[in-house]
Design a protein around this ligand. Structure first.
Ligand code: UGA
Length: 433
């Protein structure tokens, strides 16, 4: 099959490279000439483990191309994917669909013969109908089927998630489009991935419902963590105790500093807007957003408490800035709330992140960025783990202890054991234990 992928952001690039790896011929298109140039010369604009090798091998095999001009790729395509961004619109939180609609207009002007137009971007319910209306207006005679095919990739594990998904969701009633989509995902039949065909609106909603549910699940265990702290229980054991119940499941029950990233914060807000407009408000998702926002500030208070309530003039060492490990993504990272809250209280910040520092420099002020965890520990009054990068899991704690002014550790990801840390002479605080 021939695929045109509009947008070489996270979703577009990973999906394009994986489709090429399935054996399809894929052209990834982006208006940003610098990005296309970078990709053509083997550079990858985002940090995603394994993506560089996957892109390189498929380019070499002659299945993956990059272009600023969409004309030829769209004319030849069996399927054109829209994988452009849908950021939160400033001010009101609705998903900004201007890039999606602009892509639809461009595609409408270029398609030739029967073409499946697929939204991979996360778009609110009804967007497929709007795209269809654009086609009717711009090219009334075009033979297209507009399909929803949401992605469920996690940053840092995106290739694995694409190639071994729990399910593929395809929203369309068009039999010819179903055939094309089946063919595109055929390699997944080998490992018996369920492919769920639904109506387009249902498929659009599945994406939001999934992300909001996961955000809610995390927020629930975070609330339980607070309760554990108040009553002297251990949230990790609570998570295990409830997670072994197959109806609950053990994933996404790690208590921490609150969810962040490019998806959960934006998608929960967009879902709340859609639900309100539809006259069916989601009070649970509204509460999730509120509790999660409040949580990030509460984490700063935890650090202040570890400093005996006197942060002024103290040095706080931060390990991990990105919203989670294995990404350089800083969008809605808890560090962006925690660090300014500590600075407001007069603390000095020194920090290290394995991949996020270039972006963090743009977003944080007056932070002394260091080269490694030990440089962060040096002279710190407290060390705070915000992101659970693997390299923070086996720190040389004796060395850290010697370097710090005082051995005080706040572990917001529960990667160390309280008893071990106490035995090593650390004043240790974690989450819900
Ligand atoms: C999320 C979903 O997991 C993907 O299925 C979805 O495709 C993607 O959004 C998207 O809509 O594009 P992602 O944002 O990459 O993926 O990251 P997650 O691994 O889901 O983590 C999100 C946040 O929740 C992070 O801040 C993470 O630290 C936090 N989290 C996750 C917890 O605090 N506890 C957990 O147990 C799990």
């Amino acid at each position: 099959m021939r695929v045109a992928m509009i947008g070489t952001g996270y979703v577009g690039l990973v999906s394009g490279a994986c489709f090429a790896d399935f054996g399809h011929t894929v052209t990834c298109i982006d208006k940003d000439a610098r990005k296309i140039e970078q990709l053509r010369s083997g550079g990858i604009p985002i940090y995603e483990p394994g993506l560089d090798l996957l892109v390189a091998s498929n380019v070499k095999a002659g299945r993956l191309f990059f272009d600023t001009d969409a004309t030829q790729a769209i004319r030849e395509a069996d399927a054109v994917f829209i994988g452009v961004g849908t950021p939160s619109r400033r001010g009101d939180g609705y998903a900004d669909l201007s890039y999606v609609y602009a892509a639809a207009e461009e595609i409408a002007g270029l398609v030739d013969g029967f073409t499946v137009v697929v939204t991979k971007s996360t778009v609110p319910v009804g967007t497929g109908d709007e795209i269809e209306a654009i086609f009717k207006r711009v090219r009334p005679n075009a033979q297209v089927a507009v399909v929803s095919n949401p992605e469920f990739l996690r940053e840092g594990a995106a290739i694995e998630d694409f190639k071994r998904p729990d399910r593929v969701v395809v929203g369309t009633d068009d039999a010819r489009a179903q055939e094309v989509m089946r063919e595109l995902y055929r390699p997944l039949y080998l490992n018996e991935t369920p492919i769920l065909f639904t109506s387009r609106r249902t498929s659009e909603l599945i994406k939001y419902a999934a992300n909001a549910f996961l955000a809610l699940k995390i927020t629930y265990i975070n609330e339980m963590a607070d309760l554990c702290e108040a009553v002297g229980a251990d949230v990790q054991q609570v998570a295990r105790g409830i997670g072994l119940d197959g109806r609950i499941g053990n994933k996404f029950l790690n208590a921490g500093p609150g969810y962040g990233g490019s998806c959960f914060p934006k998608d929960t807000i967009a879902l709340v807007r859609t639900a309100r407009d539809a006259g069916a408000p989601s009070e649970l998702v509204e509460a999730t957003i509120k509790v999660n926002d409040e949580r990030k500030r509460a984490m700063a208070r935890k650090v202040v408490k570890a400093l005996d309530g006197a942060p002024k003039g103290k040095t706080v060492g931060i390990l991990g800035l990105t919203f989670k490990p294995n990404t350089d993504d800083m969008r809605d990272a808890p560090s962006l709330s925690i660090i300014p809250a500590l600075q407001d209280k007069g603390a000095r910040i020194q920090a290290f992140d394995p991949e996020g520092t270039p972006e963090a420099r743009e977003l944080l002020r007056d932070v002394d960025f260091k080269e490694d965890p030990y440089a962060v520990a040096e002279g710190s009054d407290v060390l705070v783990i915000i992101t659970e990068w693997d390299q923070f899991r086996a720190l040389d704690l004796d060395r850290i202890k010697l370097l710090m002014k005082k051995p005080v550790l706040v572990d917001l990801r529960n990667i160390y054991k309280p008893a071990d840390m106490q035995a090593r002479g650390f004043a240790y605080t974690s989450v819900g234990r």
